[in-house]
Design a protein around this ligand. Structure first.
Ligand SMILES: Cc1cc2nc3c(=O)[nH]c(=O)nc-3n(C[C@H](O)[C@H](O)[C@H](O)COP(=O)(O)OP(=O)(O)OC[C@H]3O[C@@H](n4cnc5c(N)ncnc54)[C@H](O)[C@@H]3O)c2cc1C
Length: 676
């Protein structure tokens, strides 16, 4: 390590072949594969050529998030139902706006990566014959979903990390990314490195900066969790979307965030068995008084209401196409409607759903077939929801206990929360970004379309990391970064970076305050309910906020506040990019799709008592404009544009159909043509 003096700052400079930002399941897997591919090529010190940097080793969705049985969606492993990568990719692209080559690569890489996880020790269950058992999510005949329990992605990260550490790969913890350092322009533009500030040391006058130079950069910093107020992303999951835009990386499908019911005191999804146990759902006023069975005003019978609570379990997340005619996403809308009135909504596992005035009492035998057959098949016919949950999935109760909530004695507060972004940054079939030598994997990569099967995010993160690692080692090689001839450019960029961070110090509002403003705006205007004029105003406000940070800085007093200021700037620019995409899509009359509802005066009324808070009138939504399924919205930073961003539509790349015979295919492989 060298040090460099830039202005009044001393920067530690580290040099690697590949620098990975983020330490979740995607990152750890990519690091393992990089090491293994390089070692197989004879590199003796492969571990010393790779670095992982993260804001927090314990942070991120992989390590901190989950659900009743967190799903890993892979190609079918049933001994009697054949599956294929092409069938798998069709499920990934079915909702539209998804590149066929990425979907096929995720299918082809699926089992290789699944068994890789098995090998590193993730306890996926198998039967006495060794067959990895799965379950259906939403009529999937192949039973592709599997799970290692509520903490699947945590186990993945931890098992892979053991391997990473064993290979001698260094993990730099507490490193908040501050800037991606670019050099060159046009086709020769590169991201040469990442500047970080040490979260434990950085303060108003000492920014405690590191520069991690890499011949290759892999961005695996996860989704934009801290952009939202009502969120089930773990606290501290900031992401680096603002920094990535600024470096020139292009976003795709940013509008396709997912929202769903989750507990808020301890952030956890209440999908699967939490709902299939059919708990009572009720609301109270802000003081915890005035309990109300609010769902009963909207469902005609107990059977319909209870069946929809059950279905919410695997018809998760919120889906605007499952509202009409009393379907399960009406539950999300009604929960949201209650919270809009300032009320709090809870799941009560001690009692069965309570009837409204004209309803019968709850009776398991009156559930519709789909629900009743499932509960019969799993033997979950006990008298109360907590008994049914304990029977189906005791770990689902335990995870709350571990986090200070006893479902045997207290109700669980829930809300409709932001949980995942199907979009992200554009990648090629080798997960390379629009800037050569920079790769994007995991949730930060925009590989999913408008809809995706539950659990496919984790599969995509593994398959993408494998592809990126293979490409890096075979095409770009194993040399450590050498930017000697571009040193002047790098120094200039470092100076700019130090000035920018210095410029953040001096404003009136703190980073924490500004982040709250961003989160509120994103949940209100870029969340699961959207409206064009409102989104336009939000975009203008966000752009003005970013410019005000650039011009006047933020209040920075002690150590943590510099980090919050850096995050606020990153989130302000990132959310301006997201809002620009939201506006651009609404301007194309996109309608309600994926996991968001678009309001329109001439739209479909949900129910006279479901009110649009902004107008006081019944909430009406616009159906999906299906013509847009064959286009992907791209968003790029453009400093000169009034909105700071520009958007364009592109066509999704098709599913590759080429199948070569063995000999020519082998020749392509030997000659490295497969990477062209
Ligand atoms: C409640 C919940 C339940 C989910 N359930 C499922 C499921 O059942 N199945 C499924 O497939 N997917 C699920 N997902 C989605 C899935 O968990 C995530 O998409 C996936 O874990 C992301 O992995 P990743 O490695 O890309 O990023 P993460 O695991 O989020 O890791 C991000 C890394 O980047 C670091 N980082 C972030 N910002 C910065 C910064 N500014 N500077 C430096 N470092 C930074 C973090 O500290 C962390 O190390 C769920 C998500 C949530 C929130």
């Amino acid at each position: 390590m060298e040090t460099k003096k830039i202005g009044n700052q001393t920067i530690n400079v580290h040099n690697y072949n590949t620098v990975i930002v983020g330490a979740g399941a995607a990152s750890m897997n990519c690091a393992v594969h990089l090491y293994e591919f390089a070692s197989q090529k004879g590199v003796a010190d492969a571990g010393e050529r790779i670095a992982v940097i993260t804001a927090g080793l314990g942070l991120g969705a992989s390590r901190m998030s989950g659900s009743d049985k967190q799903t890993y969606y892979k190609m079918g492993t049933s001994p009697d139902v054949p599956d294929s990568a092409e069938e798998f990719s069709k499920s990934l692209t079915a909702g539209g706006c998804c590149h066929g080559d990425l979907a096929l690569a995720e299918g082809i890489g699926s089992l290789r990566e699944f068994y890789h996880l098995v090998e590193v020790g993730v306890p996926f269950p198998h039967n006495p014959m060794g067959s990895y058992i799965g379950y259906k999510t939403d009529h999937d005949p192949y039973e592709r979903a599997t799970s290692a329990g509520p903490k699947t992605s945590r186990f993945m990260s931890e098992c892979l990390q053991r391997q990473v550490v064993g290979y001698g790969i260094r993990i730099f913890d507490n490193q908040e990314a501050v800037r991606l350092v670019t050099i060159g322009s046009g086709d020769s533009k590169r991201i040469a490195g990442v500047v970080t500030a040490d979260r434990k040391k950085a303060g108003k006058s000492n920014f405690a900066m590191n520069l991690f130079l890499g011949a290759n950069i892999v961005l695996a910093a996860g989704g934009p969790g801290e952009m939202y107020e009502t969120s089930v992303y773990p606290k501290g999951q900031v992401g680096i979307h603002g920094l990535a835009f600024e470096a020139g990386l292009i976003g795709e499908n940013l509008t396709e965030s997912q929202f769903g019911l989750a507990s808020t005191k301890f952030r956890w999804n209440v999908s699967g068995t939490y709902m299939q146990a059919v708990p009572r759902i009720f609301s109270t006023d802000a003081n915890g008084k005035d309990e109300k069975e609010f769902l009963t005003d909207f469902f005609p019978t107990m059977s319909k209401m209870a069946t929809n609570i059950f279905l919410k379990g695997y018809q998760w997340p919120f889906d605007p196409q499952r509202i009409e005619n009393l379907q399960s996403s009406l539950v999300d809308i009604l929960v949201f409607n209650e919270t809009q009135k300032g009320r709090h909504v809870f799941m009560d596992f001690l009692k069965n759903p309570a009837p409204g005035p004209k309803m019968k009492q709850f009776d398991l035998d009156e559930l519709e077939d789909e629900a009743l057959n499932y509960l019969k098949a799993t033997g979950a016919l006990q008298a109360t929801p907590i008994e049914r949950l304990a029977h189906m999935n005791p770990l689902a109760i335990e995870i709350y206990k571990e986090n200070g909530i006893d479902l045997y004695s207290e109700p669980l507060e829930i809300a409709v929360c932001a949980q995942h972004n199907n979009g992200g940054f554009a990648v090629s079939r080798w997960w390379q970004s629009n800037i050569p030598h920079t790769f994007i994997i995991g949730e930060m990569a925009g590989t999913h379309g408008v809809k995706r099967p539950g659990g496919s995010a984790l599969n995509a993160g593994q398959a993408g990391g494998l592809r990126a690692a293979e490409y890096i080692v075979n095409v770009y090689g194993d040399e450590v970064a050498d930017y000697t001839s571009q040193q002047a450019q790098i120094d200039e960029k470092l100076k700019e970076c130090v000035n920018k961070v210095g410029g953040l110090v001096g404003g009136k509002r703190s980073g924490v305050e500004v982040i709250k403003e961003i989160q509120h705006r994103m949940t209100t205007s870029g969340g699961h309910i959207r409206e064009l004029n409102d989104a336009k105003k939000a975009l203008a406000d966000e752009v003005a906020l970013f410019k005000s940070i650039e011009e006047g800085g933020l209040k920075v007093a002690d150590t943590g506040e510099l980090i919050a200021a850096v995050q606020a700037r990153n989130l302000a620019l990132g959310s301006a990019g997201y809002l620009k995409a939201v506006v651009a899509l609404l301007e194309q009359a996109s309608g309600s799709r994926g996991s968001h509802l678009v309001l329109a005066e001439d739209g479909v009324e949900i129910h006279p008592d479901v009110i649009d808070k902004a107008t006081g009138k019944p909430l009406k939504f616009k159906p999906e404009n299906k013509a847009l399924r064959d286009s992907i919205l791209r968003t790029g930073y453009d400093e000169g544009s009034p909105d700071l961003f520009r958007c364009e539509n592109i066509k999704p790349r098709p599913l590759p159909a080429e199948r070569k015979a063995f000999e020519p295919g082998w020749q392509d492989y030997r000659e490295g043509k497969i990477y062209e």
